[in-house]
Design a binder for this molecule. Sequence first.
Ligand code: HEM
Length: 280
Amino acid sequence: MPQPRGVSRQTPTTSLLRIFSVATAFLLTPALAQKKVTAPFVDQETGISFQRFFGAKTGFGFGIALPADTASLSANSFIGQLTFPLVNGAGWGGWSLTGDMEGPLLMVAWSDGKGGVISSFRQAFNEDDNPPEVTGTFSVKPIASATATNNTFLTYSFLCEGCLDAGFGLGPGVASTEMGWALASTAVRNAATSAGVLGFHNSGFGGFQADLAAARSAEFDTWAALADATPLPAAAGAREFALDQAGGSGATTGGGATTGGGATAGGGGDDSDDDDSDDD
Ligand code: HEM
């Protein structure tokens, strides 16, 4: 008798075996299911090759690209790209140089309501208050050609100069480290200035493993040249970053980090993990 297409003949025993093997695979791979790591991602607008964390559940992404030469003048800089959904233009997203919120250098970004992005360096001293805006030896230069917002999405590409320092939570030359992310769907208060007040990251937050060795590329300086010439100023009232509070990892150089030579191709970068909201 002809079989309907796509239906294979199964005995009860083979069906049971299949159910058993699928169930076993789930039981044996909890560690894999939890893994949140960066993967290669190429920005179509600029051709920049990032190592990118992407949360399938929230749609939050953070990509990082580094210079190949860990001893060069630009070794303490990186190119970052934040991508995340907005709700009627509202919300904010950010990265942390470590897997923690309290202490390390943070950056948050939100829409300016006119197609652009406002970003701000922050440092959190507790988990209750809006982390204040901070200044220091770091600065940010937007990459305008790969920065845009609309009502539902934000893309922010930027050169973060002098942002890698063990004193900020992550130094240059580290091969792999845990970084952090956060996403909120609620509006920033006083959103017109970079000192805007943030509420809790109600859409998700957590850590991910950043493969920094693979984020290195000989093309870094070419990509960095796409950034604006002038760094963004902090709003009046920003306080000095408190080095003694930063804690975190990355105090050592991770020894023998190699030049990843630049991740090529590969459009993906999904963490294939729908458990990207650390809400336990
Ligand atoms: C008013 C603003 C904020 C509030 C009230 C807040 C609150 C909190 C709370 C309560 C936790 C711990 C939750 C738990 O362990 O169960 C947490 C964790 C976290 N937050 Fe925030 N947060 C804020 C802003 C930020 C910002 C701006 C960032 C980064 C740009 C950030 C990144 C993180 C990360 C990575 C964690 C996980 C690691 C940790 O527990 O320290 N947060 N936050």
